[in-house]
Design a protein around this ligand. Structure first.
Ligand code: FAD
Length: 816
C-alpha cells in the first residue's frame, strides 16, 4: 500500500510515523513544500524572543532521521501542484530543480495546514511587514531585528500568536503596540475574562488599541500605520497576525467540497468525499462535540490526534475522530489564559440557554508559600451539563482547564464537579479544589440556593427596585466600589440588616464573590430577595474600567511610563524600609496586609509589598490614590508583583481609617422646622447612597429630638422653665421665617402632605432605620436641663470628642 502525505509538519509527520508503526510494509512518502519537516511551529515566537535561544531545538525531525528511523521518504521542497483523483496520482514539483513529476498513490492524506491571512491593504508588502507561520518567517523576523534594531513594533491581531509575539518582541527590548479589531483580545474567552488580560498588557507596558483595525501602511522614515478610526502609529516593524485561512488550493483539482470556513469536509474517519483521500489539521472542518456544529479549529492537538486516526484507518483499523471542543492555552507575559468548550458569545449565537459561575480561587492552599490566584468561569446548561470553562491565572490554570476539558468529554455535569476527587496536598491544591468550588457555585445556582447577577447588568438595574449592598470591610473600599452601594461588612450584617430596604431586591457583592454568597444566604433566610454579583467586585471592576490604553500614550512612549508617573524621592537613610509578603493571599488580602503595615509605620517610611494576586497590580494604585499614600514603583517578575509604597502625611483623616471615606457629619444647632427638615432630607439622601451619616444635635437642635409626651423627670426650677419655653419635639417646631403666628408653619405642613413629602417625624424615623447615627450633645443637654428619657428612642448621648472623631473620619461636615 502506497500512501502519499501532503504537508510534513504537525499532522503530516504524525500520520507518517504512526502509519509506519501500524504497517511495516507500507510505502510512505511525505511531500513538503517548505525546507523543513516536522518543526515546532508553536515554538517560533519564543525563538524570536530569545526565550528558546537555539534554533535547532525547533527542528524536531529531519528527512534523514525519518528515513533512517522510520523508513519514510520525506521530500522537502517538493510541492504537490495538483491531484488527479481518477488516476490516483499527484503532480509534484521539485522546487529545487523546477522539475515536475507524477507520483501515484493508493491513499492520499492532505495535511497542508493554513496560511496567515494578509488583509488586502496598501503597504502590507513593504519591507518590515511580516507574518509568522513557518521557520523562514521566523528567520526573516529575527534577521530584521538583528540588522535594523527596531525600537517599536506593531502587532496586528490580539489572538494567541499576536499576544505571544507581543511578549517576545518586548522581551527583545522592542516597544509593542497591539491593534485588535474586536473589543477584546483572545476571542475564545469572554469579555470580562479578557479584561484581565487587557489590564495585564497595560501593566506590562504594551500599548493596546481595541475595536480598531489597520487601514494601510505607508513608508517614510518609519512605517506609518493608519487605523480605521483615523488614528496613526509610527513604528519600525509590523507583524500581521489576524488569523489563518485553511490551505485548500488542491481542493479544486481533487474535486473536493469545502465546508465550514472554507475547509475540507471529512467524515469521522477523516475521509473526504473521496474515500481514498483523507484530510486533517488546520485545513479541515470537524464536529464540535458540544454544539454539534462543523468548525475549523487550527490547533496542533486536534491535528496530531486526527493524524493517528487516519494512519490507523489506512492500516485497516476502525478508527474514528470524535470531534473537537476547542481546548487552548496561551502564556501572556505572567498570565496563563486557558479555555475549553463553548464561551458565552458562542452559546448566545447558537441560542443555547446557559448559566455561568465565576470564582476567584487559589491554585493551592493559601498558607503554603507561592499560592497564586485564578479567575475561573464555568458555563453550563440549565440541566447542569458542562458547556465550557475559561481560566485566567498563573500556576494551576492549565490543570483546571484540563480537568474541565475531560469533564466535557465525559459529558459530566456541574454536579459531578462538586464531588470529583482530585489530588490534594498543600503545595498542589486544596481539599476543596477550585474545580469542586466552581461545581458548588454552579450547583447552588441550579438548585436555587443562589441567585446571581452578571457584572454587565449591574449598572443598568433600576435603583427603585434594587439596592446594592457591599459586604466588604471598610478598608477594602479604597480599592473602589460600585456607585451608591450600602456598605455593611458581612460580620455586621445580621445586626444591621434592618438598615436595608425591605421593599427592594438586594444585589450583594464582596471582593471575589464568596462573602457575597454568604451574605446572600443570610439575607435570603431573613426574607430578603438577595442576588450575588458573579465574580464579585474583582470581575466587575476589571470589566467596567477602560480596556485599551492606546490613546493614553499618544504623545509619549508607553515604556517611558515610569517617567510620567510622579516619582517621590525618598531618602533611604531617613526612610525606614519595611517588607510585607502577601504572596499567596487572595484579594483583598494583600491590600489589607498593606493597610495594617501602613498604620504601624511613620510618615515617609516605605513598604515593599510582594503579592501574587494579579488584581493587586491595579488595586494598589487605586488604594494609594484614595488613601493619599504614594505608589513609588510597581513591577512584576514571574507572577510576583512588587509594589513600593511610601506613607504620606496627606489626608490625615483618611489615615485613621486607611480609606478615603464618603462619611458625612452634621451639626444641628437650629431648632427651626425648615432647617431640621433640610438636615434630615440630606441625611437620608446620604444614607441611601451608602454613606455613613452622623448628626450631632446641640442647643436648640436638641428640641427636634424631644418626645412630645415625655415621662416625668426630676428637674430644678430653671430646667423646668427652659423645658416649658422650648418646643417639645418635632411636631411643635416652627418655621424660621414666615411663621406668621403659626399660619405659615401649618401651611407648609399642609403642602408637604399634599405633595407626599414625609413629615419631620417620618424623616427622623427613616434616618434611624437607614442607620444614621443621631447624637445628642451631653453638654447642651446639661445646660438646658434636657434628660435622656425625654429624647426619642435610638439617640446616643455623647461628648463633643465623639462627634469630633466622627467628623475627622468624614469628608464633609454641615452646620445647620
Ligand atoms: P502545518 O503544521 O502548518 O503543516 C502544513 C504543511 O503543509 C506546511 O509546512 C506547508 O508548507 C505544507 N504544504 C501546504 N501545501 C502544500 C503542498 N501543496 N505541497 C506540499 N506541502 C504543502 N497550536 C497549538 O495547539 N498550540 C500552540 O501553542 C500553537 N502555537 C502556534 C504558534 C505559531 C507561530 C503557529 C504558526 C501555529 C501555532 N499553533 C499552535 C497551530 C499549530 O501549529 C497548527 O494547528 C498545526 O501546525 C496544524 O498542523 P497541520 O499539519 O494542519 O499544518
Amino acid at each position: 500500500m502506497k500512501t502519499i502525505i501532503i504537508g510534513g509538519v504537525a499532522g503530516g509527520a504524525s500520520t507518517a510515523t504512526r502509519l509506519r508503526r501500524m504497517d511495516e510494509d507500507a510505502e510512505i512518502i511525505i511531500l513538503e513544500r517548505g525546507e523543513y519537516i516536522s518543526f515546532a511551529n508553536c515554538g517560533l515566537p519564543y525563538h524570536i524572543g530569545d526565550v528558546i535561544p537555539e534554533r535547532d531545538k525547533l527542528l524536531v525531525v529531519t528527512p534523514e532521521k525519518l528515513r533512517t528511523t522510520f523508513n519514510i521518504d520525506a521530500r522537502v521542497r517538493h510541492e504537490a501542484v495538483s491531484i488527479d483523483p481518477k488516476k490516483k496520482s499527484v503532480k509534484v514539483r521539485d522546487l529545487s530543480s523546477g522539475r515536475d513529476y507524477t507520483e501515484n498513490y493508493d491513499k492520499l492524506v492532505l495535511s497542508p495546514g493554513a496560511s496567515p491571512i494578509v488583509p488586502p491593504l496598501p503597504g502590507v508588502d513593504l519591507p518590515g511587514v511580516f507574518t509568522l507561520r513557518a521557520i523562514p518567517d521566523m528567520d526573516r523576523i529575527r534577521d530584521y531585528i538583528s540588522e535594523k534594531d527596531p525600537q517599536r513594533a506593531v502587532v496586528v491581531g490580539g489572538g494567541f500568536i499576536g499576544l505571544e509575539l507581543a511578549e517576545n518582541l518586548q522581551h527583545r527590548g522592542i516597544e509593542v503596540t497591539v491593534i485588535e479589531m474586536l473589543d477584546q483580545v483572545m476571542a475564545p474567552i469572554d469579555y470580562e475574562m479578557a479584561a484581565m488580560v487587557h489590564q495585564h498588557l497595560d501593566f506590562k507596558h504594551v500599548r493596546l488599541a481595541l475595536g480598531d483595525g489597520i487601514s494601510g501602511i505607508a513608508q517614510n522614515d518609519a512605517l506609518h500605520v493608519s487605523l480605521q478610526s483615523g488614528k496613526t502609529v509610527d513604528t519600525d516593524m509590523v507583524v500581521l497576525s489576524v488569523g489563518v485561512r485553511p490551505e485548500t488550493s488542491l481542493a479544486e483539482s481533487a474535486g473536493l467540497k469545502l465546508g465550514a470556513r472554507g475547509a475540507f469536509e471529512v467524515n469521522e474517519h477523516m475521509q473526504t468525499a473521496n474515500p481514498d483521500i483523507y484530510a486533517i489539521g488546520d485545513a479541515v472542518s470537524v464536529k464540535n462535540i458540544i454544539s454539534g456544529k462543523e468548525v475549523n479549529l487550527p490547533l496542533a492537538g486536534p491535528a496530531s490526534k486526527q493524524a493517528r486516526v487516519v494512519a490507523d484507518h489506512i492500516a485497516g483499523k476502525d478508527a474514528a475522530f470524535s470531534g473537537v471542543q476547542g481546548t487552548s492555552i496561551v502564556k501572556v507575559f505572567d498570565l496563563t489564559v486557558a479555555s475549553t468548550g463553548l464561551n458565552a458569545k458562542t452559546l448566545e449565537q447558537l441560542e443555547m440557554p446557559y448559566r455561568c459561575a465565576i470564582i476567584h480561587a487559589s491554585n493551592h492552599a493559601g498558607y503554603y508559600p507561592g499560592a497564586s490566584p485564578m479567575a475561573f468561569k464555568l458555563l453550563f446548561a440549565p440541566d447542569g451539563k458542562v458547556y465550557g470553562a475559561q481560566v485566567v491565572g498563573l500556576e494551576g490554570a492549565d490543570k483546571r482547564i484540563d480537568v474541565i476539558a475531560t469533564a466535557i468529554k465525559a459529558r459530566m455535569s456541574v454536579f459531578d464537579l462538586e464531588d470529583l476527587e482530585l489530588s490534594y496536598a498543600p503545595p498542589f491544591g486544596s481539599a476543596r479544589d477550585p474545580i469542586n468550588i466552581i461545581g458548588f457555585v454552579a450547583g447552588n445556582i441550579l438548585r436555587g440556593d443562589l441567585e446571581t447577577i452578571e457584572w454587565k447588568d449591574v449598572d443598568s438595574i433600576n435603583r427603585d427596585e434594587y439596592a446594592i449592598l457591599d459586604v466588604r470591610e471598610p478598608e477594602e473600599l479604597a480599592i473602589g466600589e460600585i456607585e451608591n452601594s450600602i456598605n455593611i461588612p458581612l460580620g455586621e450584617l445580621r445586626d444591621r440588616a434592618k438598615e436595608l430596604p425591605r421593599s427592594k431586591k438586594i444585589v450583594v457583592y464582596c471582593q471575589v464573590g464568596q462573602r457575597g454568597y454568604f451574605a446572600a444566604r443570610v439575607l435570603t433566610q431573613m426574607g430578603f430577595h438577595a442576588i450575588n454579583l458573579n465574580g464579585g467586585y474583582k470581575t466587575y471592576s476589571h470589566a467596567v474600567c477602560p480596556q485599551a490604553n492606546f490613546d493614553t500614550f499618544e504623545h509619549v512612549s508607553i515604556s517611558s511610563r515610569e517617567e510620567i508617573t510622579e516619582k517621590i524621592p525618598f531618602n533611604p537613610a531617613t526612610s525606614n524600609q519595611f517588607e510585607v509578603d502577601a504572596c499567596g493571599l487572595q484579594c483583598p488580602g494583600p491590600i489589607l496586609k498593606l493597610f495594617e503595615k501602613v498604620k504601624e509605620i511613620d510618615v515617609g517610611d516605605v513598604v515593599t509589598v510582594k503579592a501574587t494576586d494579579f488584581g493587586f497590580s491595579s488595586d494598589v494604585g487605586a488604594w494609594a490614590d484614595r488613601t493619599g499614600n504614594k505608589l513609588l514603583s510597581l513591577d512584576s517578575d514571574e507572577g510576583v508583583i512588587t509594589a513600593k509604597i511610601q506613607k504620606s502625611a496627606a489626608k490625615k483623616a483618611e489615615e485613621s481609617k486607611g480609606v478615603m471615606t464618603q462619611d458625612k457629619t452634621m451639626v444641628i444647632f437650629s431648632g427651626d422646622l425648615d432647617k431640621a427638615l433640610a438636615g434630615f432630607i440630606i441625611a437620608n439622601g446620604a444614607a441611601s447612597m451608602g454613606h455613613k451619616v452622623t448628626m450631632f444635635f446641640t442647643f436648640w437642635g436638641l428640641n427636634i429630638l424631644r418626645k412630645d409626651d415625655p415621662p416625668k423627670v426630676k428637674k430644678n426650677l430653671i430646667e423646668k422653665m427652659f423645658g416649658f419655653m422650648m418646643p417639645r419635639g418635632a411636631k411643635k417646631l416652627t418655621l424660621s421665617k414666615m411663621h406668621m403666628a403659626g399660619m405659615g408653619t401649618s401651611m407648609i405642613k399642609g403642602i408637604m402632605k399634599k405633595k407626599n413629602v414625609n413629615s419631620l417625624e417620618e424623616l427622623i424615623q427613616s434616618a434611624l432605620d437607614n442607620g444614621v447615627t443621631i447624637q445628642a450633645c451631653q453638654m447642651s443637654m446639661d445646660l438646658m436641663g434636657i434628660k435622656q428619657e425625654e429624647l426619642i428612642e435610638g439617640i446616643e448621648t455623647v461628648g463633643v470628642a465623639t462627634f469630633v472623631h466622627a467628623s475627622d473620619d468624614s469628608n464633609a461636615t454641615l452646620f445647620i
